[in-house]
Write a protein that binds this ligand. Structure first.
Ligand SMILES: C=C(O[C@@H]1C=C(C(=O)O)C=C[C@H]1O)C(=O)O
Length: 381
């Protein structure tokens, strides 16, 4: 027998013992996983992992393999956490996540803002037939509440603007109310400074608008710093307020349509920073709706607060050839420095690769919810 064969025999014997011990350790880790699920405890325990590494390094006869031993222990603990994540995933009703509902017809629609709002425009563009007697709401949250209470079936809200980014309050409300995205619509946004008929710019003292109206028009306001900028419900609510006030010192940032509807004049045209300023609106409903034509998926999840978890998760999108469209993070309410991640990607939940990727995200997340699978809008629709 060669020396090599002798060595390998020794390794075989050691591996046999290691594997038996490893299996035993995984069973105990699984039991700890069950305990954590039952007591709502996080899987990752940084302090415990440090102690495991420290105490075991003291068992070494010399420092020669200290680095490798540390790596070995870290790997074992990573695998142990994988098993615990499986325990946690099995405790959730996975199929429930994909429960699809039929679209509501005829539906009662609601939108954000007074008549003349961009949301109303988005609603008219999205629904093939103009909805009958749509209801309007003056805060994002009142619209979410109306969907939750069943007062309306669907609501139209802005979620992202090409120059200012995510409308984070809407993302937070999607999480808070557990509602679903059933569709989306792009609208090109032109903001104008509007006021009472016959008013001139030098009469203006204060301007009302939704915060988005101001944020999208900061370049214009650099030259009018003497004007008070007063945040108000929506751009169209601001237009109506200026009209109702009859005050020539008040102006609003709103659309041309809002100016026409509320009988106001345009004092300064196209004051938005970006000429191609566009907002993405979402159609929100109570339940998940999907059909084979849907080609975009949105999810929200949170991860264990541990190095590398986001990387390990996002890697799988490449592995399953899924095109990521967008990632947005928001703080978790009441949890300092913890984040919810909102992800949009291409695909349909019935696709094999999407299903696999979602299974993986679900398994690796502390919190997971499928927000919607819907038809991606095109910008020139
Ligand atoms: C097994 C546990 O869960 C995780 C895995 C550990 C391990 O495998 O030793 C240690 C701490 C936790 O991050 C535990 O909490 O003890």
């Amino acid at each position: 027998m060669t020396d090599l064969e002798d060595y390998r025999k020794e390794l075989d014997a050691i591996d046999q013992e290691l594997v038996a011990l490893f299996e035993k350790r995984m069973h105990i880790s699984q039991a700890i996983g069950n305990y954590k699920v039952a007591h709502d405890l996080p899987i990752f325990d940084e302090g415990r992992e440090q102690r495991v590494a420290e105490q075991n390094l003291t068992h070494l006869k010399s420092d020669e393999f200290a680095v490798q031993t540390h790596h070995f222990l870290d790997t074992i603990m990573d695998l142990s956490k994988e098993v615990q994540k499986d325990v946690r995933a099995a405790s959730n009703d996975y199929e429930q996540i994909f429960a699809i509902h039929e679209p509501k017809q005829p539906a009662q629609i609601g939108y954000f803002g007074e008549t003349g709002s961009f949301c109303e425009e988005a609603m008219l563009a999205y629904f093939k037939e103009a909805p009958r007697d749509p209801k309007n709401y003056h805060t994002f949250e009142s619209l979410f509440l109306a969907i939750q209470n069943g007062e309306i079936d669907y609501g139209v809200l802005p979620v992202e603007n090409s120059s200012t980014g995510a409308i984070s309050q809407v993302l937070d409300l999607l999480y808070k109310y557990g509602l679903s995205i059933v569709g989306e619509q792009y609208i090109k946004i032109e903001q104008h400074l509007i006021g009472l008929e016959g008013t001139s710019l030098d009469q203006i003292e204060e301007v009302y608008s939704h915060p988005q109206g101001f944020q999208q028009s900061t370049d214009y306001f650099k030259y009018h710093e003497q004007w008070r900028q007063i945040p108000f419900h929506s751009t169209s609510d601001s237009a109506k307020m200026v009209k109702d006030s009859g005050d020539a010192h008040k102006g609003a940032i709103a659309s041309r349509r809002a100016a026409q509807i509320h009988g106001l004049s345009i004092l300064a045209e196209s004051i938005q920073n970006q000429s191609e300023n566009t907002t993405r609106f979402i159609i929100v409903g109570k339940d998940l709706e999907s059909n084979p034509r849907c080609n975009k998926v949105s999810v929200v999840f949170s991860l264990d607060n541990q190095a590398g978890t986001l990387f390990k998760l996002l890697r799988h999108f490449a592995r399953y050839h899924i095109n990521l469209i967008k990632i947005e993070s928001r703080p978790v309410e009441g949890e300092k420095w913890e984040y919810l991640l909102y992800l949009d990607f291409e695909g349909n939940i019935a696709d094999e690769n999407v299903h696999e990727a979602l299974r993986f995200i679900h398994r690796s997340s502390v919190y997971f919810r499928l927000l919607g699978c819907y038809i991606a809008a095109t910008e020139n629709k």
